[in-house]
Design a protein around this ligand. Structure first.
Ligand code: FES
Length: 174
């Protein structure tokens, strides 16, 4: 097992008492399980909407891992977020079938429409906090691609015009 080091002052300041308490409760339930890191990260994100940078060391300590190991998993899986999501979360599939049906152009359109710039495959939040836009890899709707998810709702055969209509229905102005 890898070594670990104590949390930094910056991390301690960044983590709210609530986030630390939620994380502690998740660790208390899960830490004994083999391969607990992914379930812990999923539960923390489910409870807090993201995995705050300030609890990364706490998770590492709780699972006897290094901070780098935990950070590496968070950044490897695009699903995990280090910042709170926008009020609406839009995911655009970029896997093969959707790419073949114009997913890249659709993602570019979504970035313009929502004011979010996706970097290195990771999600991004609009400046006003209305939206988080994130690429994902296969939503199981390959036969009806390109596919997207808006606030946990799947939408198939997406076009820029349909996208704009759906976003307009949310009543949010990017
Ligand atoms: S490739 Fe996009 S839903 Fe499967």
């Amino acid at each position: 097992m890898s070594s670990h080091r104590p949390g930094t002052v910056t991390d301690a300041a960044a983590a709210s008492a609530h986030a630390r308490s939620v994380t502690q409760a998740v660790l208390a339930r899960r830490a004994h399980e083999p391969g607990a890191l992914l379930p812990v990260l999923h539960e923390v994100q489910e409870a807090l909407g993201h995995v705050p940078r300030g609890v990364v060391q706490q998770i590492a300590d709780g699972l006897n891992l290094s901070r780098a190991e935990v950070h590496g998993v968070i950044t490897y899986y695009h699903y995990f977020r280090s910042e709170p999501p926008g009020r609406h979360v839009v995911q655009v599939c970029r896997a093969e079938a959707c790419k073949a049906m114009g997913a890249d152009a659709l993602l570019a359109h979504a970035q313009d429409r929502l004011g979010c710039t996706v970097h290195a495959g990771h999600g991004a939040r609009s400046v006003d906090g209305s939206f988080t836009l994130a690429p994902v890899f296969c939503l199981g709707l390959c036969a009806s691609s390109p596919a997207i998810v808006i606030d946990d709702r799947l939408h198939a055969r997406m076009t820029p015009a349909r996208f704009d209509a759906l976003i307009g229905q949310l009543g949010a102005t990017p």
